[in-house]
Structures are given as C-alpha cells and as structure tokens.
Design a protein around this ligand. Sequence first.
Ligand code: SAH
Ligand code: SF4
Ligand code: F3S
Length: 487
Amino acid sequence: MENMIKDIDIIREEEEKSCDFKVTADENTGKIKKLYIESYGCQMNFSDSEIVASIMKDNGFDTTSDYSNADVIFLNTCSIRDKAEQTVRKRLSQFNQAKSENPELTIGVLGCMAERLKEKLLEEEKLVDLVVGPDAYRDLPNLVGQAEAGSKGVNTFLSREETYADISPVRLNSNGVSAFISIMRGCDNMCSFCVVPFTRGRERSRDPHSIVKEARELFAKGYKEVTLLGQNVDSYKWSPEENNKARLNKKKAGVSEVIYFANLLEWVATIDPRLRVRFSTSHPKDITDEVLTTMKRYDNICKYIHLPVQSGNSRILSLMNRTYDREWYLERVQKIREILGEDCGISSDMIAGFCSETESEHQDTLSMMDLVEYDFSYMFYYSERPGTLAAKKLADDIPLEIKKRRLQEIIEKQNQISLSRNQKDIGKVQEILIEGQSKRSAEQLKGRNSANKVVIVPRGRLKIGEYTNVRITDCSSATLFGEVIDR
Ligand code: SAH
Ligand code: SF4
Ligand code: F3S
C-alpha cells in the first residue's frame, strides 16, 4: 500500500515491504502543537489517519513529517499478517530514543493492532501511552489530554454506528488528483483466516448523502478521481430506518429509501462526467449484475474490479469460509467479461499454503489464474492470526518453505499473465488521467487508464490532473508506455 500516488494497489504493496508506511505531511496553520502519524496497512487505515488528523486539528494540532518535532506520535497499525505487527513493534522500539530525549512526548498506538491487543499492548510496550481502536478516534483529544497529565489511556470500544460521516478528512500526502472516501466500516464476513472482523467490528454503511457531499467537495477542489472504500463494498446498504433515525423523522412516515451499492455508485458518477469513480474491494459472493450494468452505463466509472479469489480450489474456499466456490467465481468473471468486455481490469488477492492445502489444490489456484487472466494480484502466504476461526479450528500445517515455494509459483505465474495482458494493450488508444511525475524521469509523467494500469508518457505540455488520450506503444509486466495523440 505504498507511496504518494495514493493508489490502493501501490499502497497494498507497501504494506508487504516491511519498512514501508505513510507519514503525515507538514501542515502549518499556526497551531501550537505538532502531530506525527505513521500509517500501516490498507487504504482504509490511511483514510482513518486523515480522519484522526482532522479531529486533532480541531484540537490544536498541526501535522508534521518529522517525528523529532512532534508533541504526539501516533502509529496507525495493521494486524492482517504477523509481519505487519512485527514491523510496528520494531518501529516502537526506535521511538524509545525520541521519548528519552523528550519525556513530554505522547506515543499512541491506533488501528487494528490496538484493537486486537487492547490493554496488553500497554504492558508489552512500556513506552506506549495510548491504545485507541478504529471506532474510538473521537475520544483521542480527551485521551491525549489525560496522557499529557500523566495517565495512560485505552479505548477500544467497537461501535455499531460510528462512520465518522460528519468529519471532513484532512487529505494527507495527497497528489491533489485522486482521493479515497470510506463508504462503510467493519466486516460481517467471517473468512476463517482473517482478523479484520475482530479489529474493525460489525459492518455499517455510511450515509450516502455525506458520501456524495464529500465527493462533490473534492471535485470542487480540483480532484478528478474518487475511490469508494470498504472491505466489501457490494454489501453497502443504507436505509433511514436502520442507519439514520434523525433523517427518518424528518420524512413522511412510511416513505423510505434503501440505497444499495449500485445506487450509490450511480449517485457519485452523476456528480460530473469528469470525475472518475473507482471502488474497492468487491467480494465475489456479493458483486451483482446491477453493479456491472451501472459500471457499463457511465464512462467515468472505471472499468476495473478488485475481486479477491484467495484460492482456486473449492475445498479450500470452503475451509476459508469464503461462501463461494470455484464455479461461482468463474461465472462472476464470465459475467464481467460479458457486460464490461475483455478490457475490464480484474485483480485479485491470493493466499498460498492455507491449512491442509495439497499440491493439486495449489495447482487449482494456478489454473484459476490462467482462466481469469488477472491484470495483477496481491499475493501472500498464509499467516495464522490469533483468535480467527482458522486459528481455532484448523492446523497451520503447511511448512514455511512450501508456503514460500507455492507463493513464488503464484508470483511467477502472475508476472507472465500481467505481461501478456499488458501486451494486448499495445496499439490501443486509451484515456488516462495524469497523476504525477514518473519516478524514473522528470521528463515523463504517469497516469492511469480506466483499467487501473499505470501509463508512462512524455511530459510535453501535459499537466497533472488532466485527461489525455494516448496510444500504448510498449509495456513491461507492471507498466504501460504511451504517446499522447490528442494534442
Ligand atoms: N476485504 C477484502 C480483504 C481485506 S485483507 C476481501 O475480502 O477481499 C487483504 C488481503 O489480505 C486478503 O484479501 C487476503 O488475501 C490477505 N490476508 C488476510 N488475512 C490473511 C492471513 N491471515 N494470511 C495471509 N494473508 C491474509
Ligand atoms: Fe477479511 Fe473476509 Fe472481511 Fe475481507 S471479507 S475483510 S477477507 S473477513
Ligand atoms: Fe490491516 Fe486493519 Fe486494514 S488489519 S489490512 S489495517 S483493516
């Protein structure tokens, strides 16, 4: 999940590189105190840091990118795999030095690791002053105040309602072109390998009016792309009865609306045809034909679906409690191709070496990759997480070297498929949105096509935030190269 290209994919890769994280940018609005936030994990965690920065800003803090200047350091943490937690622990020990030089410094652990470990974290990591879970961020100013007065604080209350709908996030490390909007929180699926339902709590959808308002405001500020975020966006469901009693009271009795994800997508897409709309993550069990036909109807809804399969084998999928099987998944992919065509980008997450996975079941994952032809994937080997269904009921019995070998085979397969998918783009004309400078050269800019692929183009007279048509001339497995054709 890495870097300032504010891109969910890149950001997810960052999570895997153990030392990568996102840091708050400097913001100086004349506040007395300085806050430094380091964020790990998924895009939703990064979005939460923007909410945290907003709450703290209203309580006297500007953000800083240099922790040695900070009065308060927050680590917004991830628990998804053991490695993610180890990284945070290492980082905390590095902050020991800062704390010894400045005993007034307040150090807080936020996010999923805070939620998972609660009070235990204060015992294990002595320098930590605060442990605050993802639904308790409104309490941060109060807890920071207590910590400054010398008492350590924990708030890991998980809410059924909190969506931070009224909080206007402070955009951190933004490229000014694309932004992320959280549309829901939590997860009600119980995938047996996954810690998220325990760390983020019950699924709840955010008021669509507040989502549309946020997207409108971003567009008015010059943003050209929004990504709607949730662990499972297809189960987005909002109704005044369930989600907002206050709004219901204002309406006539008996008149009610239920907003599903396809409706929300349409609302956001109609803000302006020059505002691109993306979303992530889609769960294969829930993605509906209606979502696909809505995507088809609007050019500005990007033709790209992140549809994590996890495994290509039905027995393993059942052990994972994914609630779909290989055939169901392939039918959904066929439907995507039928409605949105061959060019629609499809990506996946894959777990190698889940409990009891045999060699031939692993081969099913490889053959699934051949059948779907994913444009790219995030690939992991299984890491047992305490408290999950798999940890309770299944033996983590695939030796590490076998997990790693299977993962390597998956990665190699993906690289071949990514290259051949990209080669099919050569010669095509595609519209891209310019997002920033290419890492390689100041003479080149990078943009993204509808299918979420990075396209490198000569800078010419192009500006960041502009749409342009390009002809794809070359590619690698990770990137397309193009020439501008409409100027
Ligand atoms: N809600 C998303 C996934 C969120 S977590 C979905 O359902 O697809 C992102 C990815 O991390 C998962 O898709 C899975 O591939 C991976 N992951 C989750 N738990 C894991 C574990 N215990 N070990 C290895 N990978 C894991
Ligand atoms: Fe985890 Fe499954 Fe929920 Fe995704 S859908 S967050 S993998 S429990
Ligand atoms: Fe990690 Fe929590 Fe996201 S466990 S992947 S930060 S929801």
